[in-house]
Structures are given as structure tokens and as C-alpha cells.
Ligand binder design. Structure first.
Ligand code: FES
Length: 281
């Protein structure tokens, strides 16, 4: 569980390659792990953004959004996680479909990358749309470019690529291409907006949901979502689901449950005398 390499991809976004041979041996696109840094540490679910069976490593990309992720991002090469549970979740089905459009918003590029790579290697024509608020927050451009027939980039402020939202580019692509499936991963409003476009056109759309998770094994119910009128658990039934059947309104409400506590813990960590050194370098 030792960190073998660390790279800062963007402000507060870190890529860690971690020695975890047993997990790397079984990892598939769509799987995730739950990590703990220390005995009292929060359990953090993280997508397996890449893996190497040969090297026995998995790649994790972590955005600092609270105290626990700040502590993980402060870890250095040679340090180890207390434990990593996984691989968890249901792998994303990889089939030869024809033309697939993959849409990533912000950190969504991390879970999207292994799926795009597998779809590309399975012989699909892959058009990838990568978006972020600003140039500095674009991640995995080179990696996605290497496994896409076309990579379109957009930023909200126009600092790189097109100016505007990924949905504008998705609409343009769908006007000119016959598309068999869309896969979209990013903030919930973005995935919902993509689904609103594809629903009109009747295009199958897969989303990957990052609902609040606790145990990651289907026991606590924390990650439940409603899909097609049925209760599903993101950690065992997902995280990938039929986006056209997801109850996004309920998901948005559930995601706000713990935001106040998260903000408080983060504030106390950086400013409350816990002596953090997260931004020391
Ligand atoms: S995280 Fe507990 S049921 Fe999914």
C-alpha cells in the first residue's frame, strides 16, 4: 500500500501511483477502492483511474475537498495507506458498440479515463469531450488524447480550447455523428444536463455516480440512488448506471447532506491549530 509516485496534476488535485498488487490483479474499468490513511481516518472512496497488473500498481487521483482528502494529498512517496479495500463496484461493461462519445467534467476525467481506454482498445470510435472551469483544472489531456480518435476540450472561461460548457460541444457532436452510446462523468448537474440532451435523441447514456459512501460494500445504505424507480446502491450496483433512468433530483438533495460538516472539518484542519502542512510546498 506504498505510494511509489506522486504528481500534482492541478491545484489541489494529486495523482498517486500506489503499490497494491492484489487489487491491480483484479481491477477492471469502473472499479473503485476505499482507502484509509490512518486508524482514525475517514474512509474515502476513490476511482481506480488506471492500473498495471505487471507493476502491481493502481493509480488514484484525489481532489482536496475536505480534511481527509487534504491529509491524503499531503502524503509523499514512500508513505503507505493503512489499508485499501477493493476492487469494489460493478465493472463498466466494455463492448464494441460503434461510436461512443465520452464526456468528462473536471475530476470526472479520472474515472472516465480507464473506460475510454478500454472502449478504444475494444475497437470503438471514441470521441472525448473534456471540460473544466479553467485551463489549470484540465487533467489527463495527454492520456485521453492517446486513447481517443478525437479529443475536444472546453473551458468555462475560454482559457483553453473552446469556451463554454461540455454540453454545447456534446450537442454539436451529436448533430454530425451517429452515436451509439454516450458516457458522461462529472458533477451531477453536468451529467444531468448531458442526459437531458441525449434523452431527446434517444441515445443510451451511462453516468458514473459519486454518491456519499461509507462502507462501500452495500451494508450502510449511504450511497443509495433511485434508478428506474428502484433503489440501487452506487457501491455494489454501480457506480455506472443508465443515466436516462437516474432520479437526479433526489441525488442532488442527498449530496448536500454532509456539506456543512465537511466544510467545518476542512476549516478546522487548515485553521484550527491541527498543524496541517498540506500546502507547505
Ligand atoms: S456505501 Fe454503504 S451501501 Fe454503499
Amino acid at each position: 500500500m506504498e505510494i511509489v509516485s506522486k504528481e500534482i496534476l492541478a491545484p489541489r488535485i494529486v495523482k498517486l501511483v500506489v503499490k497494491a498488487p492484489a487489487i491491480a490483479a483484479k481491477a477492471q474499468p469502473g472499479h473503485f477502492v476505499v482507502v484509509r490513511r490512518s486508524e482514525k481516518g475517514e474512509r474515502i472512496p476513490l476511482t481506480i483511474a488506471d492500473f498495471s497488473r505487471e507493476a502491481g500498481t493502481i493509480t488514484l487521483i484525489i481532489q482536496e475537498v475536505g480534511k481527509s482528502t487534504a491529509l491524503i494529498n499531503a502524503m509523499e512517496v514512500g508513505e503507505s495507506f493503512l489499508d485499501i479495500l477493493g476492487p469494489l463496484g460493478t465493472p463498466y461493461p466494455i463492448e464494441k458498440l460503434g461510436t461512443v462519445v465520452a464526456v468528462a467534467g473536471g475530476l470526472g476525467a479520472a474515472p472516465l479515463y480507464p473506460k475510454v481506454k478500454a472502449l478504444y482498445e475494444a475497437g470503438n470510435k471514441v470521441i472525448t469531450i473534456l471540460g473544466a472551469q479553467t485551463k489549470d483544472l484540465l487533467i489527463l489531456q495527454d492520456e485521453l488524447k492517446a486513447v481517443s480518435h478525437q479529443l475536444l476540450i472546453t473551458t468555462d472561461d475560454g482559457s483553453f480550447g473552446h469556451k463554454g460548457l461540455v454540453t454545447a460541444l456534446l450537442g454539436q457532436v451529436l448533430q454530425t455523428e451517429t452515436v451509439n452510446e454516450v458516457i458522461t462523468i462529472g458533477p451531477v448537474p453536468m451529467m444531468e444536463a448531458c442526459c437531458n440532451i441525449t434523452r431527446e435523441l434517444g441515445i443510451k447514456t451511462v453516468v458514473s455516480l459519486n454518491a456519499v459512501m461509507v462502507d462501500g460494500t452495500g451494508m450502510c445504505g449511504g450511497c443509495r440512488v433511485t434508478v428506474g424507480g428502484e433503489t440501487k446502491f452506487c457501491c455494489v450496483d454501480g457506480p455506472a448506471f443508465d443515466g436516462l433512468a437516474v432520479d437526479f433530483k433526489e441525488l442532488r438533495l442527498r449530496q448536500r447532506y454532509y456539506s456543512a460538516q465537511e466544510k467545518e472539518a476542512y476549516h478546522n484542519h487548515h485553521h484550527g491549530g491541527e498543524g496541517c502542512k498540506c500546502h507547505a510546498n
